[in-house]
Design a protein. Structure first.
Length: 272
């Protein structure tokens, strides 16, 4: 017995449907006519069930631990009971199903565009044009990020008296705020692509970005008026690492590095 057969036997659980059951019997004397496969509902569920189960479980593993942590924190630390538990449970189920459908649509509908552009654009355009397009797409995907919409919706709950700057940014300066966040994503995408192409080291870029941010954070913390904006500033960086921006920007940035890596494979080392 082969070791690969043993692994397949103990590691993979799948259902098989015979093609002879699905396909109609062919009469040699009858004229050739293309017919659709006659698949029953039970056979359809047997085919798509394992695929959907895998996608749902991926989101369950991501959502359930976070929800459990929040529930335990509210009960044990805040000493506050769980209100509307049935509604919360239904909401979590909706989140899991919605994320599974969203990620499936993202993988099959949006990421292929980014991969095709990233693979073919460097072959047909100069590096300057490639960087401009990557920067523009970095700005565009920011508006499609779900977390940006949640950040905008949070503005109505801010008290104008306790946090006037935060209220002003989230209510009256929403569009400029999103544009600035998108500009940061576009600039980061451009620098990441240039870093791969030029073979720059990653550590100096991290230090050059982190040091000014820490200095600005300390300055804002010392100012009582700006202290309320610190959370928003760091959250704006966190929302750009969501399920839309990261896959699309990565797929866009793969083309140019892979073209260069054919001559120098070491250029793809992330920690160099």
């Amino acid at each position: 017995m082969r070791y690969s057969d043993y692994l397949n036997a103990v590691s993979f659980h799948h259902k098989t449907v015979s093609y002879n059951v699905l396909a109609p019997k062919i009469d040699p004397s009858a004229p050739k006519v293309d017919k659709r496969l006659d698949i029953t509902l039970q056979q359809s569920l047997a085919l798509i069930g394992p695929y959907c189960y895998t996608r749902i479980m991926d989101q369950v593993k991501a959502v359930v631990p976070l929800a459990a942590y929040l529930i335990l924190f509210q009960i044990l630390i805040l000493r506050h009971p769980i209100d509307s538990a049935l509604m919360l449970g239904g909401g979590l189920v909706a989140v899991i199903v919605g994320l599974a459908i969203f990620m499936e649509g993202l993988n099959t509908g949006l990421m292929p565009f980014g991969t095709i552009i990233g693979d073919n654009l460097p072959k047909k355009a100069s590096m300057t044009v490639v960087l401009i397009i990557i920067g523009m797409l970095g700005v565009g995907v920011t508006f499609a990020e779900p977390a940006i919409g949640a950040l905008q919706a949070f503005g109505s709950s801010v008290d104008v008296n306790s946090a006037p700057y935060l209220y002003e940014l989230l209510n009256n300066w929403t569009l400029p705020l999103v544009l600035m966040v998108g500009a940061g994503v576009g600039l980061a995408a451009i620098l990441g692509t240039v870093r791969f192409v030029r073979g720059w080291s990653l550590k100096p870029m991290i230090y050059c970005a982190l040091v000014p941010v820490m200095i600005l954070t300390g300055y804002a913390w010392l100012d009582p008026n700006l202290r309320s904006v610190l959370g928003l500033a760091w959250d704006c960086g966190a929302v750009t690492t969501g399920p839309v921006t990261v896959p699309l920007v990565l797929s866009l940035g793969i083309g140019s590095p892979m073209q260069r890596a054919r001559g120098n494979p070491r250029s793809l080392v992330l920690g160099s």
